[in-house]
Design a protein around this ligand. Sequence first.
Ligand SMILES: C[S@@+](CC[C@H](N)C(=O)[O-])C[C@H]1O[C@@H](n2cnc3c(N)ncnc32)[C@H](O)[C@@H]1O
Length: 310
Amino acid sequence: MKVEVVLTEADIAQEFAEAIEARDLPEKFFFWFPRSATEWAALAGDAELYGGLWETWKEIAASAPLLVKHFAGRVPVISFGAGEGGRDRLLLAALKDAGCECQYFPVDASQAMLEMACAGADDDDIETVGIKADISSPVHLVYAADAAEPPRLFIMSGNTMGSFDPLAEIRYIAQCMKPEDRLIIDGEVFDPEKSMARRDNPSSRKFVSALLASVGIEDEDGDIGFNLKRDDRHAGLHLITRYFRAERDLSATVAGQEIPLERGERIGMNFQYAYTPEAFRWLVSQHGGLRILNEYSSPDARFLTVMCGK
Ligand SMILES: C[S@@+](CC[C@H](N)C(=O)[O-])C[C@H]1O[C@@H](n2cnc3c(N)ncnc32)[C@H](O)[C@@H]1O
């Protein structure tokens, strides 16, 4: 298994301690601890978490012969925030079956997730190099994109863009693209009733609790709560925020360092965007400057996935 490291474990441990001090945890830490990665891998296969997104990927995989034509029989697939890579492998297998030579570059901040993505692709006999990098950094994104010569197929799936500022992230990704590259990217479609319920449930709470338990905070130490907000920069941008509220004085232990938390204090546990379909299209095309070549709505209407070019 080959993994190139741009973001080191020492960097992440340092950033994690600083983030707890600042009471604000970005998304990458939720997948960092082995316990979180195991919980996520279990959730990723769960129909509840991604619903009809798997069906969308089967539809995309069915169009593999067209993609093979575009890429002239050789395609480097670079997946930003690859996670355990299950849906990427679905497409890679279809590309291979259609006679394409594939190289796979899963990019993730989590060593544990990268190992899963690389091991899965190795098992499928796909030439794979993992890249441990921070996909919220434009410099790291460019480094990862340059792992192969254009034309490349970029992927950002599972509402991964929704855990960053999507207005900044889509532009960073677009900056990495050359005209002949393709990008498959999705967004979760906002539903006033279901979007919150999909997060505020026992399996999602268990995933968040895995991170807290990894720093010594147990369920009885406090509450996990959710809020729904709007991003006024454009109509149709909704965001769901999470927080932990300490019910008593306690301390988190990060890389041997004790960080005290007082009763009543909150730690922001990142956010996730969900969009109206119009807002998602605006984000990718007008704001990101990309051309939408194809659209795939998941059968449960929960995800909108687009294939784009520059
Ligand atoms: C919501 S999961 C989606 C995984 C996968 N794409 C899927 O569709 O199942 C987000 C992934 O992005 C990774 N991630 C989150 N923040 C990151 C960051 N700043 N840099 C690199 N990877 C990050 C996480 O480790 C996780 O594997």
